[in-house]
Ligand binder design. Structure first.
Ligand SMILES: *[C@@H]1O[C@H](CO)[C@@H](O)[C@H](O)[C@H]1NC(C)=O
Ligand SMILES: *[C@@H]1O[C@H](CO)[C@@H](O)[C@H](O)[C@H]1NC(C)=O
Ligand SMILES: *[C@@H]1O[C@H](CO)[C@@H](O)[C@H](O)[C@H]1NC(C)=O
Ligand SMILES: *[C@@H]1O[C@H](CO)[C@@H](O)[C@H](O)[C@H]1NC(C)=O
Ligand SMILES: *[C@@H]1O[C@H](CO)[C@@H](O)[C@H](O)[C@H]1NC(C)=O
Length: 386
């Protein structure tokens, strides 16, 4: 009897253990990615509606402009590759798109809050996060009714079951912070609206959860004070520059936003019990590229590879790929550097493919994540060591 009982206990414990191990050691096999964001993850959204994505964008990898403001792939492209999924088509790209394995709602210039200025006035996209949510909602229902028509529609749209098993990725917030500064707000004024951004962000994540989304991968915002477009257009005193040459006030605001975002994620975990939410500290990874650029194989960390003029090879009126008419002939002014693989900044605003690859390589194994679980395990709520 006693030994029976002992065996029974041992077996029960073993089963419990193996269930827990299986829960946390099985890769998730996400069938799709639904991405929300700005230019850091735009794979063709803004280019589809404003028709602006000139060469030399895309030159290093796609060998032609590919809707990305980069010489090649973005972090979201490396994420898709590593999950063995095709690159994401932009929701707004109505020609040649294939949404069977996900949709990208991000557009360059997107903000969390809708802006009160037009794209033409300030360059911020009208496709703010609430609009991206509306697009997702519309896609969710219309993709299913359209799929029922069969034929090619079945090969272009996801199955219904995909929505609850997909990975929902977010990378947005940077433009909300710069928008205030470009309207001449003080740091105090910008900080004052950060809680509103975070509330809006939480609302959208809850909406996606309400629609069945369960797995969330959330990037925090990067060190915007290290980017040429900020350094050039929002100059600070030398006392406000850090050792890496970045503008501290803007990086501090980004970190202020990130602390709030992390708290928002903690709150979301309480409010959404079935969600697995991974917070990824992309800020630290990006900052280390600038502060330890040599170690990462980069030269001239703060200058733009593709651009023209000024201390940072960046001028808002002669951007990457811009041409100027000289004696009736178009002359390329915004030229690319010779070897983008040793540059961090592509066009003053965005990271090069080489930088994006290094960022991806550092975040994929979970060492910058909370909880510290790798990308392919991001459907699990925590990493258990039992
Ligand atoms: C736009 O204007 C409305 C009304 O004045 C205001 O409530 C809102 O905060 C403004 N949005 C931004 C991004 O400034
Ligand atoms: C869309 O992509 C999927 C996955 O790569 C593929 O199986 C499908 O055939 C594609 N659809 C079309 C119409 O090419
Ligand atoms: C911000 O201040 C600059 C310099 O004083 C001025 O030229 C610009 O028009 C101002 N911008 C806005 C949106 O008020
Ligand atoms: C930017 O380019 C414009 C047009 O070529 C030029 O007028 C302006 O002086 C440049 N600005 C700087 C800061 O170099
Ligand atoms: C994750 O990858 C980075 C970069 O490849 C490496 O430095 C780090 O040690 C890895 N961390 C873990 C926990 O495997």
């Amino acid at each position: 009897m006693e030994s029976h009982c002992f065996t029974y206990v041992v077996i029960t414990v073993l089963i419990a253990l193996s269930v827990r191990l299986a829960e946390t050691s099985t890769p998730c096999e996400f069938p799709a990615i639904f991405n929300f964001g700005d230019s850091n993850s735009d794979t063709g959204g803004l280019a589809a509606i404003y028709a602006y994505n000139p060469p030399p964008n895309g030159e290093s990898y796609f060998h032609k402009p590919a809707g990305r403001y980069c010489d090649g792939r973005l972090v979201i492209d490396f994420i898709a590759e590593s999950l063995k999924l095709p690159y994401l088509s932009a929701y707004l790209d109505s020609v040649g798109s294939n949404f069977t394995h996900g949709v990208n709602f991000a557009t360059a210039g997107s903000t969390i809050r809708p802006q009160n200025t037009t794209f033409k006035q300030t360059g911020y996209s009208p496709i703010s996060l609430d609009v991206q949510w509306n697009e997702f909602y519309s896609f969710y229902s219309r993709s299913q009714t359209t799929r029922q028509r069969g034929g090619v529609f079945e090969k272009l749209l996801p199955k219904a079951e995909v929505f609850s098993r997909a990975l929902y990725t977010f990378d947005i917030g940077q433009n909300d912070l710069t928008a205030g500064y470009f309207l001449n707000m003080t740091t105090g004024e910008v900080k004052a609206y950060v809680p509103e951004l975070l509330n809006q962000f939480k609302t959208i994540v809850k909406h996606v959860y309400g629609q069945g989304g369960r797995y969330f991968w959330i990037h925090n915002t990067g060190p915007v004070g290290c980017l040429a477009y900020v350094l050039e257009r929002l100059p600070v005193t030398s006392a406000q520059m850090d050792k890496a040459g970045c503008a501290s006030p803007f990086n501090e605001v980004a970190q202020f936003f990130n602390r709030g975002l992390k708290e928002a994620v903690v709150q979301l975990r309480k409010d959404l019990p079935l969600a697995a939410i991974t917070y990824v500290d992309v800020y630290s990874v990006k900052y280390s590229l600038f502060s330890q650029s040599k170690k990462h194989g980069f030269e001239q960390p703060l200058r733009a590879c593709c651009g023209h003029g000024g201390e940072y090879n960046y001028n808002v009126s002669t951007g990457c790929g811009s041409k100027m008419e000289v004696n009736g002939k178009d002359i390329l002014v915004g030229k690319a550097c010779k070897d983008p693989s040793v540059w961090i900044n592509w066009d003053g605003y965005h990271f090069t493919e080489a930088a994006n690859k290094q960022i991806f390589d550092q975040i994929v194994n979970g060492s910058f994540s909370d909880p510290p679980i790798p990308l392919k395990m991001a459907c699990h709520r925590k990493l258990e060591h039992s």
